[in-house]
Write a protein that binds this ligand. Structure first.
Ligand code: SAH
Ligand code: MG
Length: 209
């Protein structure tokens, strides 16, 4: 084991993943899902942000196999709820099984379909306390427009892949241009205070004033 591996293992201890989270990742592999879920420490960070902010109503865009959703939903109080949006029927099935395994079926609604129209149907449950964007950066600007009006004052917006695989400062694809456009819009919006956590592919973290 070289020093980097030792360091990675040391850091991973802080995530304190349990058997269920590991089972969820094994299931994702077994179903050949893309290996693009949050890293354990990122999941733990979102979990702590939800807990420490007392969020009760969360929207997640991009469920994949339910890994990040499990971290988020586990941080909710008994009367809290997570709505997680997923356009792939296959991913949605795997995620539903993950939430069932984690005992979270009552607390989580999987909204199957394209996120933009799904968000419109969720407006009825607004205002939300916490939104996590982790799908389809080309549309982050559009998701942000929805967030601006449906997140409560003091609510939190987190967005994954903020560094766009290292290309955020010099965007070179629809994906990285979409991410950059979102970050420009966020920084220009005086209703939001934000920072960027530059681990892994980065997480934008913002609070609505
Ligand atoms: N948050 C997950 C990873 C999400 S990966 C985790 O950390 O565990 C991105 C997911 O978003 C994929 O499952 C993909 O199918 C889904 N997705 C992509 N475009 C979408 C869209 N327009 N609407 C809804 N889901 C979308
Ligand atoms: Mg991501």
């Amino acid at each position: 084991m070289n020093n980097d591996d030792a360091m990675q293992n040391y850091l991973a201890n802080f995530a304190q993943e349990d058997e269920i989270l590991r089972w969820i990742q094994t299931e994702a592999q077994r179903h050949d899902l893309p290996t693009i879920s949050l890293q354990p420490l990122e999941g733990k960070l979102l979990h702590l942000l939800v807990r420490s902010s007392g969020a009760k109503k969360i929207v997640e865009i991009g469920a994949l196999g339910g890994y990040s959703g499990t971290w988020l939903a586990r941080a909710l109080p008994a009367d809290g709820h997570l709505w997680t949006l997923e356009k792939s029927a296959k991913h949605a099935d795997v995620a539903r099984a993950a939430f069932a395994k984690a005992g979270l079926s009552e607390k989580v609604t999987l909204v199957e379909g394209d996120a933009l129209p799904s968000l419109q149907t969720l407006s009825a449950h607004a205002p939300f306390d916490f939104v996590f964007m982790d799908a389809d950066p080309e549309n982050y600007v559009n998701y942000f427009q929805w967030v601006r009006t449906h997140l409560r004052t003091g609510g939190i917006l987190a967005a994954h892949n903020a560094l766009a695989a290292g290309n955020i400062a010099a965007p070179n694809s629809d994906r990285s241009r979409g991410m950059a456009a979102f970050q420009d819009a966020l920084l220009a919006d005086t209703d939001f205070d934000s920072t960027i956590i530059a681990w892994g592919d980065g997480i934008v973290f913002a609070v609505k004033r």
